[in-house]
Structure formats: C-alpha cells, structure tokens
Design a protein. Structure first.
Length: 425
C-alpha cells in the first residue's frame, strides 16, 4: 500500500502496536513476568477473555499474543455475526484441526453481545481443544457471559491507560514518519499533548483521533506547532466514560453512596458531578439520596429526609442544569450530617419477624370497637390512652405477646438521635 493510501487509514489503526515492545500500558499483564507475556512467550494459549474499557488495547493484545503461537487466527465481531457464522467457523476449525493438526484461535470482539444460545455454541469446541477462544468485552463477564462458558475461560482485566502511557503513544504517533504524523513536520509541546491525554480518559483510540484532528486543523491554518486553540477545538469536551446500565453506573453510584456515608463531602461532590455531567438521570440520583437519608442518616439528623425530598422536587420542577445545585446541596448536607443506621437496622429486624414468624393476632386492647358486639367480646378492653398519662407514655404492651421482648430500634448517641436515646433510657 502506497503512502497516500496509508494516510487514508485512521491514525489509531496505523499506529496499532505490532509487537509487545511497541505496546504501552497493561504492565501488570504484559510486563516482565506478566501472565500474558509468559503465555505469548511459551506459544501455548488457553481460552481467555480480555475485559476492559474502550481503547486500552484488547484487540491488539490478542493479535500480538496469537502471532507467537503456531495456530490459525480467525476474528469476527459479535455485533455483526450470528449463530450461522459461528457454526461455519467451527466447521472450518474442525477441518483445519484434522488436516493440519493445529488449533484455531478464534477472536470474538464484543463477545458480551452474543446471547446464551450463541455462547453455548462455543462450548464443545473449547472443551475438545478445536479452538482457543479469545474474547474481548467492555462489560463485566460475570453478568454478560454464560456461567458454563465463563468457567472454561480465564478473565484478564485491562486498566485504563495511564497519562504516561498515553503521552508516549501520542509522542510516538507525532514523530513516526512511516505510520504516524512525522512527515507533516508539526510539533507539539508536552503540555499540549498532556491535555489531549487527560481529556481522552485512558482511551488511546480517542487520544490518537484527537491528535489527528488537531494536526489537520493546524495544517489548514498554516501552523507548525499545535497550539492551545487547536487542541481545544480537537478535544471539544472531555470523554466522560459512563454507561447508565452497566459497570460504570453501578461503580460510581456506589462510590457516591460510600463517600457520603464516610462524611467525605469533597469526594461525594466529585462522584455526583461524574454522574450528572455524563448524563445520568437526575431523578435516579435524587431517589438514591432520599434512600440514603433514611438508611445512613436517619434520626441522627431528621432534617435529612425533607432536605433530599426537596432536592427531588427541585429536579422535577426546574429540571437540569439548574437542579444540579439542589442535588449538590443535598449531597453536602448528607455528607456533613451525623450518621445513624439504627432505623435501617430496626426495620430490617421487624421485617424479618413479620416475614418469618407466625402472623400473630393484634392484641385485643389495641383493636378498635366500633360496634357493641365487638366491645362485648373484648375489643379495646384495657386500652390506655397515652395522653392521659405523664409524658404521654404508659406501660401498655403493644407487640404480640409472643414478641414481647423484641427490641428493634436501638438509637445511637449521635446527633438528634442522642436525645432520643436519653429520653428512652
């Protein structure tokens, strides 16, 4: 392919590493003594899945490792392939094994997109050694891969690329005259490349695409160096990695909840911003904060519940982006409030008794007696009206007699709940 044709291929594809020495990042797996480096060096593969975010080298890593084995390489994408294609590839793999005595390395990109039946089609061929299945996925294999297939695969977790790795990748692409942008003779400072790296959020593909666009803009303006304006236009905005129904969604809401619980207002605000700026449904966040108010703050700060409900109403009434501040205020309030899970634990214990013990009848003295018959048979007999007693409290038992000694609510000494504890002791 001539130089002009090569330039039509996206930079990220042209700069794809050709061997492990050109691969940057994933040192834990590919560094000295790393399991995948050892596997590649030995030439013997087991079936495995590469799980990680976009742009961290899953496909490239699989190709490089496969190069070091004496096997046939076949790749296809779960996005455009179905059970028909799987069966065809399996038949070819069996024929290759019989004729050549060698296995086929079958690389499946986006393997999580295959349904159960499609995934099951791989099982017998993985088990008998006809294929080495190598899958790549951005989704948690625990949820997206059949347990039967998953038990036959190793899972290797890839991490987002570090800033240092991204800077190296960008600098190499800018200077490489054979495959990269070196022939353009346009330079860039470390500061400008660092901005591209930061806004790429650990994704090499995004970083290289942004660099390619920045260079195109610079050429049109007759620049010989990438300046701040060009970089800003190429970036447009940060790539906020977030998936409303997947791993990032659950990880970040967990981080928000646990930061508030730990009374870390700064961390809580950061995780809130990560969700809202990435487009999370603000009502989802508001509902979680209402839950938190009762679960982790409770009666230590009774104002927490109305505070969070008010924030939820603000989201409903004025919408985004104005309601961001109402949610932020609510998050800071919850983080700084005294914490108690006494109500949460108390309800759990009461619910356990309600679900797992006999459905005990309501004591007679707690029943209403709207008719003479009901009164005659004892409904309401012995009821003590609390307001007629000192401190509006009587010695009357209100639990069924079988549960008389149950103690569900045990107030802490924190915040308002401390006063409740003192009053009840």
């Amino acid at each position: 392919m001539d130089a002009v044709s090569t330039r039509k291929i996206p930079l990220a594809e042209r700069m794809r590493p050709r061997n492990l020495d050109e691969f940057h990042g994933q040192e834990r797996l590919l560094g000295e003594g790393g399991v995948l480096r050892e596997m590649a060096g030995g030439g013997e593969l087991v079936s495995f899945i590469l799980w990680g975010p976009p742009g961290v080298g899953k496909t490239t890593m699989a190709r490089i490792i496969a190069q070091n084995t004496d096997s046939r390489w076949v790749a296809f994408s779960a996005v455009i392939s179905g059970i028909k294609e799987i069966k065809s590839v399996m038949a070819e793999a069996e024929a290759f094994m019989k004729i050549e005595g060698k296995r086929t390395i079958l690389f499946v990109d986006e393997i999580h997109r295959f349904n159960k039946a499609q995934q099951d089609a791989f099982l017998p061929y993985v088990e008998n050694g006809t294929i080495v299945l190598v899958g790549a996925t951005t989704e948690n294999p625990s949820f997206e891969i059949n347990s039967a297939l998953l038990s036959r695969l190793k899972v290797f977790v890839l991490e987002e690329l570090s800033l240092d790795a991204l800077l190296t990748i960008l600098r190499n692409a800018l200077n490489d005259e054979e495959r990269g942008l070196g022939a353009e003779k346009i330079s860039a400072s470390d500061e400008m490349l660092s901005r591209l790296a930061v806004y790429s959020s650990g994704d090499a593909r995004t970083a290289l695409n942004s660099l390619e666009l920045a260079l195109l803009l610079a050429k049109k303006r007759g620049l010989n160096e990438l300046d701040e304006r060009v970089i800003k236009e190429a970036i447009q905005q940060a790539v906020l990695k977030y998936d409303k129904g997947g791993e990032h969604h659950y990880n970040i809401i967990s981080a928000l909840h646990k930061s508030i619980r730990n009374s870390d207002a700064d961390a809580a605000l950061y995780w809130l911003a990560r969700m809202l700026e990435a487009g999370e449904d603000p009502l989802y966040v508001a509902r979680r904060l209402v839950r938190f108010a009762s679960e982790d703050v409770g009666l230590a700060a009774p104002q927490a519940l109305p505070q969070t409900v008010a924030a939820m109403h603000a989201v409903e009434l004025i919408g985004m982006p104005e309601a961001k501040l109402a949610l932020a205020q609510s998050v800071v309030f919850l983080a700084l409030a005294p914490k108690s899970n006494a109500v949460y634990k108390a309800y759990g214990m009461a619910a356990d008794d309600a679900n797992n013990t006999m459905q005990h009848p309501v004591p007679m003295h707690l029943r209403n007696a709207p008719t003479k018959l009901m009164k005659d048979i004892g409904y309401g007999a012995g009821y003590q009206y609390a307001h007629d007693y000192e401190n509006a409290k009587t010695e009357m038992k209100c639990l069924p007699k079988e549960l008389q000694n149950r103690k569900y609510y045990k107030p802490t000494a924190r915040g308002f709940e401390g006063k409740v504890k003192d009053a009840s002791s």
